[in-house]
Design a protein around this ligand. Structure first.
Ligand code: ZN
Length: 202
């Protein structure tokens, strides 16, 4: 196995729709293994092939806790076939180091995919981490990034400016966010991410 080099925003490959996998050979197995190694080393819970510069519909996820044995899942050509409900939660992305903000996702999905042998698999995912990670990674395969799905675009912009991904005025954005929060009233405020506790979805 080998660790792969991550692609960061705004690399073009992150904005492209990835190609379907049609042959299930050793090169696909090697890519999946290398992606898993890269994901573990970067402390992510998911990684999609475009994030390592490969425009193919392959993604890996492992939502096991630190003290639990690894439970890697390799998804090839995944497709969401059922979706319902909604759940807001903090998300991070390995292609945007240190950027976290809230994203709304479906609360329950049924996903169909192929495993490394090319066999069809159907999985139900509900609740936060796995269900969220699958949706985040499938977006990567479609060239879609979480920055376009923020619950508060201002909160996302603030994080992007603070971490040098886009140009902008931190103070003006902070003021805008404060105003938005005070207008919404208690209970609806935009969460300030706790970066030590939020998993990087991938
Ligand atoms: Zn990501």
């Amino acid at each position: 196995m080998a660790k792969l080099r991550l692609k960061y925003y705004p690399e073009q490959v992150l904005m492209q729709k990835a190609k379907k996998v049609t042959t299930f050979d050793s090169s696909v197995r090697k890519l999946a293994n290398d992606m898993l190694e890269t994901m573990y080393e970067e402390n992510g819970v998911g990684l999609a092939a475009p994030q390592v510069g490969v425009s193919k519909r392959i993604m890996v996820i492992d939502v096991s806790g630190e003290d639990e044995p690894n439970t890697p899942i390799v998804f090839i050509n995944p497709q969401i076939v059922e979706k319902e409900g909604s759940l807001i939660g903090l998300e991070g992305c390995l292609s945007f180091p240190n950027v976290f903000f809230e994203v709304r996702r479906f609360d329950r999905i049924v996903v169909k995919y192929q495993n490394l042998s090319g066999k069809d698999v159907k999985m139900v995912a509900q609740g936060d981490l796995l269900c969220r990670a699958i949706q985040h990674e499938i977006d990567h395969l479609d060239g879609e990034l979480f920055i376009n799905k923020a619950v508060s675009p201002t909160a996302a912009d603030l994080e992007l400016v603070k971490n040098g991904f886009i140009a902008g005025d931190v103070e003006a954005l902070e003021l805008e966010l404060e105003l938005a929060n005070s207008n919404q009233g208690a209970g609806a405020t935009i969460k300030i991410p706790d970066k030590d506790k939020t998993p990087v979805v991938g």
